[in-house]
Design a protein around this ligand. Structure first.
Ligand code: ZN
Length: 492
């Protein structure tokens, strides 16, 4: 992640005055800053789009967005203009944050410690409400809006520092960044508002209100045990006794107040997956793999047992200890029979395992099962696509992926798989175009232009027969990129 840069002129090095409500940053300016930040985050080695975890988080996020729209908090203009996108980070630190332009950061560390989807929903609803209530634009001054690249660089510096408490002083450029940080720290009123609106959005979306309270309690307990910097969320969101008391009284007044959050099998499995993926170090993986020993499992509740077993299977797979992974998978299958979400995640794990081991016979057999065929999740689609491409059925993959991409044009992983499928079926121009679309999805328009031009070259020089539709698409896309890049250059 790039570090904060020196100020280009003395005017931005001095603390930036907040010019108040009359000078709110326009949504378009906020969006530009958000896009700059997101572009860097996609390139960050810690950025992770794990389809299983992403599906689970989207299953919480989309209902929150829908409730926020329904309540009139999320206005159509912002809905259309902003991204409303969650970018996941591999980091073990417990953190979630809203960025300009409705990009949201969510660390695997947080997903790994929550014990129910209601708790995760409460954190996301709070962050969502910071954006729908325009807290970010109200915290940034007009001057900040006029130097969006600087603002973007500083926010990135703050994010880098928040991940590594020891590096905090080194990565932030003294007083300037402190000034920006103070601009981005929400006021107590804003925190109260995000709690209040977040609570109504979370409950209207059907989550247990108690999730808010248990999340607060969890963060408070964890911070007592661990103040070594593992909880940057707390530094930006201090849990005052007032906030906790407010929330408890809201829960009491809610008609669903006594509905307790439940740790489902699916939640336990996804949280375990997040814990394993957040730390790829061999020693850590060995610890996760050993957790599934029967004597250890016996101490846990049934859902937690399945979670630990799932995490151990994944850890063994990452360690390439395939016999252990296979043995753990069998135990997992025994505990997740039937047709529920737990069984579904176990099936996807067996497919993932076959692909990692390169056992294409097993993988091809698995995707033929009616359960995997009818699984409409993105995780299942992407695993099916990998399997089909590697087993000579790339043409049907290309069709499935194109259908998906028509509705989800910013899905970089799907474009990447389409590039592989197009290459496999002898459509080189379409394959290079799909690679360019990966760059577009991650807002890297310069790299995209390079790919689209390469595709144009290929189309003009190729002695192979080139699809005219493919050729005309890359011409259009190259022109669009040139336009976007010219607009970006003008923003400086
Ligand atoms: Zn907050």
């Amino acid at each position: 992640m790039p570090q904060s840069q020196a100020a280009p002129s003395p005017t931005v090095a001095t603390p930036l005055p907040n010019l108040g409500d009359g000078n709110d940053m326009t949504p378009a300016a906020e969006k530009r800053i958000g896009d700059r930040i997101a572009r860097e985050l996609y390139r960050d080695p810690d950025y992770i789009d794990d389809p299983v975890i992403t599906d689970y988080v989207q299953g919480i996020w989309q209902p929150l967005l829908a409730a926020s729209r329904q309540r009139g908090e999320l206005l159509p203009q912002l809905d259309e203009l902003f991204a409303w996108e969650i970018l996941m980070g591999r980091d073990r630190t417990v953190n979630a944050f809203a960025l300009p332009g409705a990009y949201f950061g969510l660390h695997l560390g947080l997903v790994g410690i929550v014990t129910s989807r209601d708790e995760l929903a409460s954190v996301l609803a709070h962050e969502l409400s910071h954006v729908t209530q325009r807290h970010i634009s109200r915290s940034m001054s007009r001057q900040a809006a006029q130097a969006p690249w600087l603002m973007g660089a500083m926010i990135l510096g703050i994010l880098a520092a928040s991940k590594d408490p020891n590096a905090a002083q080194a990565t932030i450029v003294g007083g300037q960044a402190a000034a920006v940080q103070s601009q981005l720290n929400y006021s107590r009123d804003m925190e109260r508002e995000a709690d209040r609106i977040g609570f109504t959005v979370q409950t209207q979306a059907g989550f247990a209100p108690q999730g808010f309270v248990s999340m607060f309690e969890k963060l408070q307990q964890s911070s007592r045990l661990n103040d070594a910097g593992g909880f940057p969320y707390l530094r930006t969101h201090p849990l005052t006794t007032e906030r906790i008391a407010d929330m408890q009284s809201r829960v009491r007044q809610s008609d669903k107040g006594d509905a307790a959050p439940v740790t489902t099998l699916e939640h336990a499995m996804v949280a375990a997956r997040a814990r394993v993926l957040s730390n790829p170090a061999v020693d850590e993986l060995r610890i996760w793999a050993q957790q599934a020993e029967p004597a250890n499992l016996a101490k846990l509740k049934p859902a937690a047992q399945v979670g630990v077993l799932y995490g151990a299977t994944l850890a063994a797979l990452k360690l390439r200890d395939y016999s252990q992974a296979q043995a753990d998978l069998q135990r997992l299958q025994q505990r997740t029979q039937g047709d529920g979400p737990g069984a579904r995640l176990t099936r996807l794990m067996s497919l993932e395992m076959a692909l990692v081991q390169g056992d294409m016979v097993a993988a091809a057999l698995l995707i033929k099962s009616p359960e995997v065929q009818k699984d409409r999740s993105r995780a299942a689609l992407l695993l099916r696509a990998q399997t089909d491409t590697l087993t000579g059925r790339a043409d049907s993959v290309a069709q499935d992926l194109q259908t998906w991409l028509a509705d989800h044009p910013r899905d970089a992983q799907a474009w990447q798989l389409l590039a592989a499928a197009d290459a496999a079926i002898g459509r080189p121009v379409a394959a290079v175009r799909a690679e360019g679309e990966v760059n577009v999805a991650q807002l890297d328009f310069a790299s995209a232009l390079t790919r689209f031009k390469a595709a144009q070259d290929l189309a003009s020089k190729s002695t192979l027969q080139v699809d005219h539709i493919d050729a005309s698409i890359v011409d259009t896309r190259a022109r669009q990129m040139e336009l976007l890049l010219r607009e970006q250059a003008l923003e400086h």
